[in-house]
Design a protein around this ligand. Structure first.
Ligand code: NAD
Length: 416
């Protein structure tokens, strides 16, 4: 039978498995399987040639029992409502497993930012915020960056929101530039948080990170910071990295500065001096200790999971592993750090950003990283201990920790 690669079907199937392990009340299960609210927008945007192009945008508030919805906005040509629903569900479990007082949401626009000018991107970003403005806010729903959106886009969206509302409210969106109320350490936060969970896993498995090798798929915000911090902070050797155009390999380790300089000049990692070209497929199957998917969904499937050689798969991307691949990797004894645990560092520092915005009092990078480390390490061990105690795999364990917390908030509110 062909694998179902619909991300929302996968998110629901993952929840279903955890619901069985938790003996979750069927009414609660039915409620948690669906988004609480979703918005579909038609966005007219004036293009540089004078014509108006119509874009489709979405915002899903999956569950806000534990606090305002929280989640990024993705600009992507293949965006679908089901991708946004899945990502919003995973945000709900992510904020719960990280134990920050927020719910889960996500947004997206079907567009190809690579084919748009800076002016067109600004007008699209403002159009999206105009459409969503009455449904977001510090106490309702707080967006952030995701694939193909960045601090500049957050700045345009913040400005549009503040023009409409007539007051300053920096906490309406996170991942902002520092000058507009962004947090120290937000840009590298997802990568840093993931590396803290890798550090804890390596300790459990008896792997010395200074002697370990890793491969990273995806070289955007998350992938490139993971490479740099793995090198600078944890002394790890990254032998391969990739982006959508292909990958590069260097047995002696790739220097982050050299790859970054090549990427700046050429717009892709392939061709970086002193490296061999490899495909994304080959990267996933390399003989390394740690494999880090940091690109998009459905990269490890039933077709390639049995060829993975890594001991640890640290899912910095959302949804990189299908349920079939999960089963195969678990049977092979691979330690999976599941996505909504591994990549929770971003939302954790986004939460710190909201707190700082509310107090108008800002913390330095060291304090951010200390608090991030505490949150990530606590979350990691809650999941690891659940997996050991209940004899389930790490993904089911992460769901059990998160679903318990969300279900308790739903129960206390009297919704179910
Ligand atoms: P980004 O847009 O900055 O980078 C994405 C990278 O993936 C680019 O290098 C792109 O070339 C590459 N890519 C795209 N399609 C690919 C393919 N088919 N094969 C190989 N590489 C491909 O995005 P990002 O913010 O780094 O996000 C990456 C992943 O991390 C996503 O799954 C995102 O949801 C997740 N994530 C991001 C954050 C964050 O704070 N940015 C937080 C949590 C999770």
């Amino acid at each position: 039978m062909k694998e179902n690669l619909n991300p929302f079907a996968i998110a629901q199937a993952q929840l279903d498995e955890a619901a069985v392990a938790l003996h979750l009340d069927p009414d609660m299960h039915a409620f948690l399987r669906e988004p609480m609210r979703e918005f579909h927008f038609t966005l007219p945007v004036r293009m540089d040639d004078g014509r108006t192009r119509t874009f489709k945008g979405f915002r899903v508030q999956y569950n806000d029992a534990r606090g305002p919805a929280k989640g990024g906005i993705r600009f992507h040509p293949d965006e679908t409502i089901d991708t946004v629903r899945a990502l919003a569900a995973w945000m709900t479990w992510k904020t719960a497993v990280a134990d920050v007082p927020l719910g889960g949401g996500k947004g997206g626009v079907i567009c190809n930012p690579r084919e748009m000018s800076r002016g067109e991107l600004e007008r699209l970003s403002r159009a999206y915020m105009r459409a969503v403005s009455r449904y977001v806010g510090l106490t309702q729903d707080v967006p952030a960056p995701d694939v193909n959106t960045n601090p500049q886009i957050m700045a345009w969206m913040l400005d549009e929101y503040e023009v409409l509302s007539g007051h300053r409210e920096p906490g309406v969106i996170t991942g902002k530039p520092l000058e507009l109320g962004g947090s120290a350490g937000r840009s590298p936060a997802t990568a840093m948080g993931g590396l803290y969970t890798i550090r804890e896993t390596a300790q459990i498995l008896g792997i010395n990170l200074a002697e370990a090798t890793c491969a990273i798929q995806g070289y955007g915000n998350v992938g490139s910071f993971t490479h740099r911090l793995a090198h600078d902070v944890f002394d790890m050797k990254t032998v391969a990295v990739s982006d959508e155009f292909g990958g590069i390999y260097g047995a002696n380790g790739l220097a982050p500065d050299v790859v970054a300089a090549h990427l700046r000049r050429h717009g892709k990692v392939v061709g970086c001096p002193g490296t061999e070209e490899i495909s994304n497929q080959e990267l996933l199957e390399l003989d390394v200790d740690i494999l880090i998917p940091a690109a998009i969904e459905n990269q490890l499937t039933s077709l390639n999971a049995d060829r993975v050689k890594a001991k640890i798969v640290a899912e910095l991307a959302n949804g990189p592993t299908t349920p079939e691949a999960d089963n195969i990797l678990n049977e092979m004894g691979v330690y999976i750090i599941p996505d909504f645990l591994c990549n929770a560092g971003g939302v954790t520092v986004s939460y710190f950003e909201m707190v700082q915005n509310s107090y108008q009092f800002y913390w330095d990078k060291d304090l951010i990283n200390t608090r991030l480390d505490q949150k990530m390490t606590t979350a990691f061990h809650a999941v690891h201990n659940m997996a050991k105690e209940r004899q389930v795999d790490t993904r089911v364990a992460a769901y059990m920790v998160a679903v318990n917390r969300v279900a308790e908030a739903v129960r206390l509110r009297g919704w179910v």
